[in-house]
Structures are given as C-alpha cells and as structure tokens.
Design a protein around this ligand. Structure first.
Ligand SMILES: Nc1ncnc2c1ncn2[C@@H]1O[C@H](COP(=O)(O)OP(=O)(O)OP(=O)(O)O)[C@@H](O)[C@H]1O
Ligand SMILES: [Mg+2]
Length: 323
C-alpha cells in the first residue's frame, strides 16, 4: 500500500542539535501539533531524550493528538514500521542535546533532520558536530533559526553563517514568552491564541516543511499537482529590512542596543548617558575620526535640557579634603 500511494508513506523528521536549549523540544512539539492540525497526520511523537521533556509536555496535554509513542532507540527500526502499518504518516523524533552513537542511530531513520539554532555565537560554534553526523549519513538537513530577537542584525548574520553548512528554513521563530508559557499545560502557541504572531510563524514553518517533505517523497505526479513552489519572500523580506520605518509596536533591536549607554554597532560611535534630546544632540563625529573618549568629551554639551549638571568639573578625582 505504501509504495502505491506516496502520500500515505510515513516520513520521519528528527530534531537534533548537540547544543542544549536550542529549541528541539519546543519546535518539534509545535511542528507535530501544526502538522496534525493542517491535515498531514496522523502524527506520532517519539522522545529519545532521557530528560523526557517532550513526554512530560505530552502528559500535560488534554488533546490525544499528536499520538505519543513510547519507543526505545534499539527498537526504533521495528517500531517505525509498526507505526507506519498503523497508518501514521509523520513521525517526529526529539533527541537529547548530545552527539552520540545513539543520535547517529536515530538519524539513520530520518527522512529529514531539523537543527534548531539560536542566533548566538555559542549555538553557531556548536553546530559543527551535528552537521557532520547528519552529512556522514547523507541525510537532508534544515536549520531553523529559533528564539530570534525582532529585527536584530544577528538573526540574518546567523542565517548566512548557517547557510555555509546547509539549508536554512525561510521562516524564523522569534523569542516570545508564549512559546515557553503555552507548553506549561501541554499546549502550543496556536492552541493558546490562534491569531498570535508566534502561531503564524509556526503555521508558516510547517507549510515550509510540508513542501520539503512532499518533494523528498519524490513523486513527480504529486509535485506537479502541487501549487507553485512557495518562495516565502513575505516571511523573509519586510518593510523594515528594506530600510523603511519599522512598525511602532515592534522595536528595532539594533536601535534599542545602540541607544543603550556604552553600546555601539560596528562603524557607529557609542552613546553614553541618557539619550540626548534633539536640541542637545551631540554632533556626529567626522567620518575620518576614530571616535573615542576625547571626541566624546569635546562634543559633550552638558546634561539633558532642564536637568541639573551634577558633575563636579572643578574638583579633582580621589579623596576630597575634609574641613
Ligand atoms: N522561540 C522561543 N521563544 C521563547 N522561548 C523559547 C523559544 N524556543 C525555546 N524556548 C525556551 O527555551 C528553553 C529551551 O527550549 P527547548 O527545551 O525546546 O530546547 P531543547 O533544545 O529541547 O533543550 P535540551 O537540549 O535541553 O533538550 C525552554 O525553556 C523553551 O521554553
Ligand atoms: Mg529538549
């Protein structure tokens, strides 16, 4: 039956990353629920992490779907066949934060390996061994940038860095409290608020995976019958990234960092103290200067308007003379 109808073929998606806390459990649980909701099920979840975070989340769930399959890694091959025979079309496997022979064994069963990665230098440094183990087995791999801060430059830079090792999903999951909060009682962001931004991201990410999995099934008739290939430009390109003003409700993270005392992005002078009002704005440094403390003091125009100057310009540093 499975050979005759490729749509009925069971596919296995493994979430792996040796970096702890990158979002394997969060993203895999969300993809499983979304796949089931979008009609790609029945979906079965397998937790191979001894910590059992996925199992605990599932135990807290009110809904019976996706199903949870209690399976141990040595029995994986046999039990995947059992699930396939039982009619499951998608198996999602969560793994522990490690690169071990067990993970390698789990990956042998994968049709697709997903590596959630936070936009941080620590996460980027840690992807190497995970990528190696996936590539050694010749499995398709997709990175998902997870827990990104809105419009921070590091998100795009992370995607570029990751793209050196493999495909990066065109949908980024942003850092939002509802990803953590919704899972407390066994739900997902979409089950808490269907119209939230997090829920939208999850739905779009699933649409991307659905398309990838369909193409991996490799059935030409199915591919031709499918609507035109999604290009996801609306998920990658925004007015803000195109240089237009950001919407008022979402702060530009780079701007926020620049406005913090003592921070500077490459090529920009740091700002010190409270942000100056337009009337007391320090003049920009000459383009050829190495902006430093001397330049800053020269351009110091005192405290913001209406505030007292509390600096003791004429007193020496160190101990003050006691009367
Ligand atoms: N997009 C997000 N926004 C906010 N919080 C998130 C997001 N993704 C994950 N988290 C939180 O980060 C923490 C780690 O996520 P998660 O447990 O999914 O990672 P993991 O890769 O499975 O970790 P481990 O390697 O320990 O199994 C959790 O507390 C989770 O709620
Ligand atoms: Mg986990």
């Amino acid at each position: 039956m499975t050979e005759e109808d490729p749509k009925k073929r069971c596919q296995v998606v493994v979430f792996a990353s040796q970096k702890g806390g990158s979002g394997k459990t969060t993203v895999s649980a969300h993809m499983a629920v979304e796949a089931e909701r979008a009609g790609a099920g029945p979906v079965a979840l397998i937790d191979t992490d001894p910590q059992g975070s996925m199992a605990k989340w599932w135990n807290a769930r009110a809904s019976d779907t996706p199903a949870f399959a209690q399976i141990s890694v040595p029995d994986l091959a046999r039990d995947i066949k059992v699930l396939e025979k039982a009619g499951y079309r998608l198996i999602i496997i969560d793994t522990p934060p490690a690169v071990t022979s067990t993970i390698a064994e789990v990956i042998t069963h994968a049709d697709l390996v997903v590596v959630p990665t936070r936009p941080s230098p620590h996460d980027l440094r840690a992807v190497g061994p995970t990528v190696d183990i996936v590539q050694m087995q010749g499995k398709p791999l997709v990175f998902v940038v997870n827990s990104a801060t809105a419009r921070a430059r590091i998100t795009g830079e992370t995607a570029v860095a990751l793209s050196q090792h493999g495909t990066v999903a065109p949908v980024t999951l942003h850092h939002r409290v509802d990803f953590a909060a919704s899972m407390i009682d066994g739900r997902t962001v979409g089950e808490v608020n269907e119209s939230s931004r997090s829920s939208e991201e999850v739905a779009t990410l699933w649409r991307y995976f659905e398309d990838r999995l369909m193409r991996l099934r490799g059935d030409k008739l199915e591919i031709m019958a499918h609507p035109p290939r999604s290009t996801f430009e609306r998920d990658i390109l925004t007015p803000a990234t195109a240089g237009m003003a950001a919407s008022e409700d979402e702060e530009d993270e780079d701007q926020r960092i620049e406005n913090q005392p003592g921070y500077a992005l490459p090529g920009k002078p740091p700002r010190f103290g409270a942000p100056a009002s337009s009337e007391t704005e320090a003049p920009p440094p000459p383009s050829n200067s190495n902006w430093d403390g001397v330049d800053r003091r020269k351009s110091d125009m005192g405290p913001p308007k209406g505030q007292q100057d509390r600096r003791r310009a004429h007193q020496p540093f160190g101990r003050r003379h006691m009367a």
